[in-house]
Design a protein around this ligand. Sequence first.
Ligand code: ADP
Ligand code: MG
Length: 349
Amino acid sequence: MFNPFSYFSKDIAIDLGTATTLVYVRGQGIVIFEPSVVAVNKKTGQILAIGNEAKKMVGRTPAHIIATRPLIKGVISDFEVTEHMLRYFIEKVHRQRFLISPRPRVIIGIPYGVTEVEKKAVEDATKSAGAREVYLIEQPMAAAIGARLPVQEAGGNFIIDIGGGTTQVAVISLGGLVLAKSLRIAGDKLNEDIVNFAREEYKLLIGERMAEEIKIGIGSASPLKEKREMPLRGRNLVTGLPEEIMVSDQDIRRALEKSVRQMVQTIKTTIEETPPELLADIMVKGIYLVGGGSLLKGFSDLVTKETKIPTKIIEDPLTAVARGAGMVLENLDELRDVLADTEELEPPR
Ligand code: ADP
Ligand code: MG
């Protein structure tokens, strides 16, 4: 039946990531791809900037202006700031289309393994940010749909989502997570590892942005074909003066080694616990990697080597969750069984 209310409603899907928030609008695709960062004036509590603008301020602001990340390790750490950020993004989408339109229905991706209380916080923040109805989807499920894996069929699908805060590993079959694990070691932890390495090894204090540049530039999980070097710039903790030190891919590999090993171990444990029938499918289909953290050089090769299962990074790995949640939004009737179980949510119409 034609429902004008739902026809004009600009329903959206949101990937609320620790590092990046993406917004998908029904019928349009992804329209927002911005860092999950909010700049706040601590003295007045006023929000100064959100998203791209706020990210530029990280580490460069006067003491009373803090650039915060409303999510830490995939979980809302500051409810009010999260709500503001969601409202900002939802309203930005609204403004782009009609002048007046009904409040949207929102599908929002949440990390696997968050508690009922944490789920409720996301739902409430989304509602107070302007959503008419809120549906939750677990990020590994959305990622697998975004990777176009046949999640509703009876067969195993193995997906790994490495974001800023969490490494989520899941086995999916018949529209549900058969088995999943979430490790709170991912891209952010690798940055921290580099900061700590610089301090311990060279007595050099470097910022988080510098660490991330190094990670993306020459960071790796297994030896590279060619040796690479990059300058580490920071302040010498002994002299107090600025200093630049050249580091190699090998140095950085050593800095990241422990965290990388823990990530690989979580993947191996998941494989060990996968029912044999599903594992047989996965050995044929392979392991799929999504999320920004999966781009760490040599990581997929390391997973292939350690698991003996072919592993590939999907095309466009950063948008998988948003595209997957968007596909659910476009086909809510056929795909409703993939939504996360929550007690209080109204059934989709
Ligand atoms: P989230 O879902 O938590 O928002 P993303 O999927 O956007 O996270 O991934 C963000 C993480 O990916 C960050 O830690 C970032 O440093 C990392 N990242 C992005 N590109 C690369 C790259 N080329 N190599 C290694 N890490 C990367
Ligand atoms: Mg993510």
